[in-house]
Design a protein around this ligand. Structure first.
Ligand SMILES: Cc1cc2nc3c(=O)[nH]c(=O)nc-3n(C[C@H](O)[C@H](O)[C@H](O)COP(=O)(O)OP(=O)(O)OC[C@H]3O[C@@H](n4cnc5c(N)ncnc54)[C@H](O)[C@@H]3O)c2cc1C
Length: 395
């Protein structure tokens, strides 16, 4: 085991952290021109192509380095919504193209998506199909050289500004896991409409909207992977998202912890710094404890991805630990600052930005269902005894 980053990853973390602090600072509200300006800067810095091989314009790094870069972005950039948008682009849209695209598709799509020239969005969720993704209704029917898409997507991150959409649709109704196919659809394709931008409680710097497909013709050459392979692609991108994207919250938690320690040292009541009161100092210790535990789980999952692991439990555990710790860190930061904590500022923003993390990338309840199944519970898989009783590791 090695708990150190390599020298190059350390150098990149430093560089990206400084870049995020100096160049990505934003008010945390969405402005399309400002969003695109910062997006291009992030592209120039390499932050949009972390896991894309060099020949397609990326940095060619693995999951551990990609997570370290996301952590540095989350720490340095106070507009967590912007960093979330960037993570959704890289891990839900670019990784599927890297892993499942043909050579021609990679050469066509990846360079402008790495450079910051273009922005991608990923659509699987629908108004009637959230956690139950396989009940989706968006249909893709083959007619000669094209597929005709009809249906709706909801909660599509980046869609108000996206140039490219990675979309899941049903090609075989009733086909379950084998009934979905992934399409790459260009913005401006006739029949594709993007709805109004949502007003969200958190991650306000990240634009989100619905999509509508009305007889939208997509060339058959724009399918990603084989027909019927969509669910496998979705699972792969979720493993990356649940691991690397969530690293941004490690950075946010570290920033909030630093601010909380500083505040507890400065604010005086009853003739002493509030950090001298055990109730306050222990709260801060608990923040550090949850952050460190979540961080270890997340890098453990990233380490597995770099070794080609298909284990879905480690990313699910990482997602659970990081998102729950982030919500608690937001609540703790508010409490430590007393009345000031509920005024506009870092603490309340951290809390609002953390709340969606328990929902996107599969809700925390769904992660627990999946982990329970891996433990032999939940009914749909063969019952197994607890691995610890059999001296086995989880698979
Ligand atoms: C900020 C944000 C960004 C997002 N970005 C994207 C995106 O880019 N692309 C995309 O496709 N989607 C995106 N989503 C959508 C997200 O993936 C869904 O919101 C999520 O999967 C949950 O679906 P739902 O909202 O329909 O909730 P529902 O599935 O309706 O769930 C409601 C509640 O019921 C619980 N529940 C449901 N089924 C079960 C069960 N079997 N067992 C236990 N509890 C259950 C859930 O855990 C939840 O608490 C985003 C969401 C958010 C908040």
């Amino acid at each position: 085991m090695d708990f150190e980053f390599d020298a190059q990853t350390n150098e990149m973390r430093e560089m990206i952290g400084e870049f995020a602090r100096n160049k990505l600072a934003g008010p945390g509200v969405f402005d399309p021109c400002e969003f695109r300006r910062r997006w291009r800067l992030a592209g120039e810095q390499g932050a949009l192509g972390t896991v894309v091989p060099g020949e397609y314009g990326g940095l060619g790094k693995g999951a551990v380095t990609a997570a370290a870069i996301m952590e540095a972005l989350g720490h340095g950039c106070t507009d967590t919504g912007f960093v979330f948008s960037l993570g959704a682009h890289v891990f839900a849209c670019l990784t599927p193209i890297v892993e499942f695209g043909t050579e021609e598709q990679k050469r066509h799509w990846l360079p402008p998506l790495c450079s910051g020239e273009r922005i991608a969005a990923h659509g699987i969720t629908e108004p009637e199909a959230g956690s139950d993704t396989l009940s989706m209704r968006t249909r893709a029917e083959r007619r000669g050289d094209v597929y005709v898409l009809n249906g709706e997507k909801s909660f599509t991150t980046n869609s108000p500004v996206a140039d490219v959409f990675v979309v899941q649709a049903v090609t075989r109704p009733g086909g379950g896991c084998f009934g979905l196919t992934t399409f790459v659809v260009e913005a401006g394709t006739p029949g594709l409409t993007v709805g109004r931008r949502y007003e969200k409680v958190g991650l306000r710097g990240s634009p989100t909207a619905d999509l509508r497909f009305d007889d939208c013709e997509v060339p058959a050459s724009r399918t990603l992977g084989p027909e019927g392979g969509g669910f496998g692609i979705f699972r792969t991108s979720m493993a990356w998202e649940r691991t690397c994207l969530f690293a941004l919250y490690l950075g946010v938690m570290r920033r909030v912890l630093e601010t909380s320690i500083a505040y507890a040292g400065e604010r005086r009541q009853f003739g002493a710094a509030i950090g001298d009161f055990q109730a306050v100092s222990h709260r801060i210790v608990d923040m550090a404890l949850r952050l460190e535990a979540a961080r270890l789980m997340l890098y453990r999952a990233a380490w597995g991805l770099d070794r080609g692991s298909t284990d879905e439990v480690s990313p699910a555990l990482a997602k659970l630990a990081v998102s729950e710790a982030a919500v608690r860190a937001g609540l703790d930061a508010v409490q430590i600052q007393g009345g000031l904590g509920i005024l506009n500022g870092e603490a309340e923003t951290a809390l609002r930005d953390a709340l969606p993390a328990r929902i996107f990338s599969g809700t925390n309840e769904i992660q627990k269902n999946n982990i329970a199944r891996a433990l032999g519970l939940g009914g749909t898989t063969r019952p197994r005894s607890h691995p610890s009783r059999r001296g086995e590791k989880w698979k």
